[in-house]
Design a protein around this ligand. Structure first.
Ligand SMILES: [Zn+2]
Length: 331
């Protein structure tokens, strides 16, 4: 399915999009939160995609119960720990887990910095128990506007040594990157890497902006890049890579037919692109299955699969030494 000689790496994986449905159910009971159904089976479609959604916003709604049941910082610790366990169960060697602390904090008014701290604590518990190497990325949830993103950024920057990058996620169409230039100036001043969700719900201009004005060296999804050959040339020449998420793009309605997913175009144009899950618990998928989709639906051969895995090593926010170490665990 994937190349066993190379590490299995997930670089685009939302920690708050991967809260186990069972955990959501249990936290709701513990925290006395009313759910829309009185049995787990009936509740599952509220937090997991059944086929696909009309658009990105409808997809994102499925994530809301997961954060809606978080009432204490201990809940955040648990979710952090379980995310590392899930990556380990999925045989992932290295993951960059991203999370939006404001999104996790907002329903029950938890302190945003407290959420960041609790999450790091939970992930550290997981790191001590499981072999999967983990780094964390902070997210600014653009959907909640410029000011909330500044509070979110302040909380994240207070723990910047525990993070490798900052991302911009959420409603790309209604909250364009142009609103967040000052935020990403601060991110760059803090010496953190930048990855931005762009070209998913908006066009290639959103990707150009993320690269030129927000300092992105990686683009989440970047589906729209395929429509702009000049942009693809620029990305190849300037080492800007793409985090592709096949099933997610289908489930959000971004791609109507998976067999023509632009990851093919990206590889053919020599771009550095890799495969990722996005929100595995919501999508009901895991990373190995995405490689299976690449083979069976997109018709990728061994060479293309190997290239995607090599790209993931190269694109990761790891030092050269850590990349070498990751490669040697497989031989
Ligand atoms: Zn994403």
């Amino acid at each position: 399915m994937f190349n066993n000689q190379l590490p299995l790496i997930d670089l685009h994986r939302h920690l708050d999009g991967n809260i186990r449905p069972k955990t959501i159910w249990q936290l709701a009971q513990k925290n006395h939160i009313q759910l829309p159904e009185d049995n787990f089976e009936a509740f599952l479609p509220h937090v997991q995609i059944v086929e696909s959604e009309a658009d990105l916003l409808a997809f994102l709604k499925k994530l809301d119960w997961g954060v809606g049941v978080i009432k204490t910082l201990d809940d955040v610790v648990r979710i952090g720990f379980e995310n590392v366990e899930d990556a380990s169960i999925a045989n992932i060697d290295y993951a960059e887990l991203r999370f939006s602390p404001y999104y996790m904090a907002m329903t029950h008014n938890l302190p945003i910095e407290g959420v960041v701290e609790a999450l790091i604590e939970g992930v550290n518990l997981g790191r001590n128990k499981f072999n999967t190497k983990i780094n964390l990325m902070g997210i600014l949830s653009r959907t909640f506007g410029v000011e909330h993103c500044q509070s979110e950024l302040d909380a994240l920057l207070a723990y910047k040594n525990d993070l490798v990058a900052i991302d911009l996620a959420g409603d790309e169409y209604n909250f364009p990157g142009t609103l967040f230039e000052s935020h990403f100036k601060q991110v760059q001043d803090a010496g953190l890497n930048v990855s931005v969700h762009a070209g998913e719900a908006a066009g290639p201009e959103s990707v150009w902006h993320a690269i030129k004005k927000l300092g992105a060296t990686r683009i989440g999804h970047g589906v729209a890049c395929a429509t702009d050959p000049v942009l693809m040339d620029y990305m190849r020449e300037n080492n800007i890579s793409i985090e592709s998420c096949l099933t997610s793009n289908y489930q959000t309605g971004t791609i109507k037919d998976l067999s023509v997913h632009p990851v093919k175009t990206f590889l053919a144009n020599g771009l550095t692109v890799c495969l990722n899950t996005d929100d595995p618990a919501v999508e009901n998928i895991e990373l190995a299955g995405e490689f299976q989709v690449a083979r069976e639906v997109l018709g990728f051969n061994d060479e293309q699969i190997t290239q995607l895995q090599r790209n993931a090593v190269q694109m990761s926010f790891l030092s050269d030494q850590e990349k070498q170490a990751l490669l040697t665990i497989k031989v």
